[in-house]
Design a protein around this ligand. Structure first.
Ligand code: HXC
Length: 515
């Protein structure tokens, strides 16, 4: 290489690595944020990053942009490895034009997404951007559109993960929203369609960015985000952890690990876990911890719709998706948020060949005008649809209540459950004994000399018949009644048999899930 070319290349590389310059990098650090390249270094295995479009610059001369070009144009893109497995990544550089998206910035992201699809590897987006590059106008908006199209085409083909590590506003929020999982950093990231100033003008509300779209509100109220992290480093470590459960694409099985937790380990603590009283809650986390490999459960959306738990775990080293009713919150009922939370997860697991293990303790759907008028019928139907549609192995353990429509929804045998069992404490019925007795024995109770005693007797009669798993077992709606302590070994055996499950849905373009 001639001296001149070498010199020019070195200069270019130095400019690329400098991003928006020392002052802006210092400002980024002062906010507690890392730079785009520092983030990539933490996300990927050491020295595994291979960059695309390193020296690309924008072509616009609008509003003084012509004199201001930074190689890379505010986004770093390429491929690399996480625990030796390939992944594609883009990382927006807030120090260059606020990470704003120009035509070429979008082009770089589109290219790395195309490569991810071509190679069949997951796509991770590290977002930190002021949105559309204002100077470029419609060209920039069109750039977003090209990304939305790719997000949708990649959906269900390769896993797509989004980390929000700074601002993410306007229509730009829709690219992460179209991906499978969103990670946010508490205090430094936010997502909203319109910022506080516009909100003030339109609705006269005074609200901060944090209260409108900070990590806490999206984790606990809107349900937009899936993981809340303390800082950038924590966030990138969490992304790596999630990646470890996922297949590279929809034609592969999720990665199995060697399991150092005995597969026939008894979880004796479970035999006494269910309280005597059906109205007393218990923590379903205890069930999951006791059964899964090494007691590990990577919970997703732990702060949203806490009446249902979702997350990833392993059984004999095989990744499984866990869905479980949590009686500690709203008695474990299904409501709108819980249904939507679990439905999305069930569909994700199904798309990526992750078997679903359901732990059931559900007293029904939540009654009331708020839920009915909010559309519990169409929105609760999403979970029913998702379970019925899923063709991955579906294993269900009824730990306690399986009442009414919620029984049907939660991966019941008749909706295609592959292996459904009950603990001796399972109660499978149209409704709880108290409510049932009031309906079917109303006249007997009213006409009795002692209505209170009569009601108690009828409740007992109903409980003896249905507040147990035997009727369901006799009719084949559960395959077995198992001791809680044996659940781990039984689930592992069933899962291993189901590893060769092959089934498909009738040919169609796509279904029409009640959105
Ligand atoms: C061009 C931008 C920019 C943008 C920020 N910058 N946003 N340049 N286009 N959208 C530049 C700033 O001029 C500044 O340049 C540098 O980035 C850092 O910005 P600051 O304002 O100094 O940083 P900060 O105080 O941290 O505020 C960050 C911010 C603010 C909240 C993001 O910059 C902001 O409000 N930007 C505009 C956001 C916006 O309205 N975007 C359009 C959204 S609509 P210098 O040279 O001074 O360092 C949208 C539509 C998408 O995106 C449509 C999809 C369909």
């Amino acid at each position: 290489m001639s001296h001149k070319v070498n010199e020019r290349l070195e200069k270019l590389r130095a400019a690329t690595l400098a991003g928006g310059g020392n002052k802006r990098v210092e400002a980024q650090h002062a906010k507690g944020k890392l730079t785009a390249r520092e983030r990539i270094d933490l996300l990927l295995d050491q020295s595994s990053f291979q960059e695309f479009g390193t020296f690309v610059t924008h072509r616009s001369s609008n509003f003084g942009l012509g004199e201001n070009r930074v190689p890379g144009d505010g986004v770093v893109t390429g491929t690399g490895l996480i625990e030796g497995r390939p992944v594609a990544v883009f990382s927006q550089d807030f120090t260059v034009f606020g990470g704003s998206l120009s035509e070429e910035h979008a082009g770089k992201i589109a290219h790395v997404m195309d490569q991810a699809m071509l190679m069949g590897i997951p796509m991770i987006g590290l977002n930190d951007s002021g949105g559309a590059r204002i100077q470029e106008g419609v060209v920039s908006l069109a750039g977003y559109s090209t990304l939305f199209l790719r997000n949708v085409q990649a959906s269900g083909v390769i896993p797509q993960l989004s980390a929000i590590l700074g601002p993410c506003a306007g229509g730009a929020v829709y690219s992460p929203a179209l991906t499978d999982f969103i990670f946010m950093v508490d205090g430094t990231s936010y997502m909203h369609i319109t910022g506080p100033d516009v909100v003030k003008t339109v609705t006269h509300e005074d609200v901060t960015s944090e209260d409108l779209g900070g990590a806490k509100v999206h984790a606990s109220i809107s349900g937009v985000s899936h993981f809340t992290c303390n800082d950038d480093a924590h966030c990138l470590a969490q992304v790596r952890k999630l990646f470890g459960f996922l297949p590279l694409n929809n034609t592969e099985d999720p990665p199995r690990r060697t399991c150092d937790d005995p597969i026939d380990r008894l979880a004796l603590e479970l035999d006494d876990l269910i309280p005597e009283s059906p109205n007393q809650p218990f923590d379903m986390h205890e069930v999951i911890f006791a059964i899964m490999d090494r007691g590990e459960f990577f919970e997703i959306q732990p702060h949203f719709a806490q009446n249902i738990l979702i997350g990833l775990a392993r059984l004999d080293g095989r990744p499984v998706g866990v869905v479980a009713n949590q009686s500690m919150n709203l008695a474990g009922v299904l409501d709108i948020d819980a249904s939507e939370k679990a439905a999305r997860f069930v569909r994700f697991c199904d798309a990526f060949n992750i078997p679903i293990v359901t732990f059931e303790d559900v007293p029904g759907f939540l009654p009331g005008t708020q839920q009915e008028l909010g559309g519990i019928i169409r929105r609760g139907a999403k979970l029913l649809y998702a379970y019925c549609e899923a063709t991955v192995p579906k294993l269900t353990v009824i730990t306690r209540k399986a009442y009414g429509g919620a029984y049907c929804v939660m991966s019941s045998k008749s909706t295609g459950g592959d292996w459904n069992v009950g603990w001796p404490t399972a109660q499978i019925a149209v409704m709880g004994a108290q409510g049932a007795a009031k309906v079917i024995f109303r006249r007997d109770i009213q006409n009795a000399d002692d209505p209170v005693a009569a009601e108690a007797a009828k409740v007992k009669e109903y409980e003896d018949r249905f507040a147990n798993p035997f009727e369901a077992a006799e009719r084949g709606f559960i395959d077995d009644i198992i001791k809680p302590s044996e659940t781990r070994r039984q689930l592992i055996r069933a899962l291993s048999l189901l590893a060769t499950k092959r089934t498909s849905m009738p040919a169609k373009k796509h279904g029409s899930i009640p959105l």
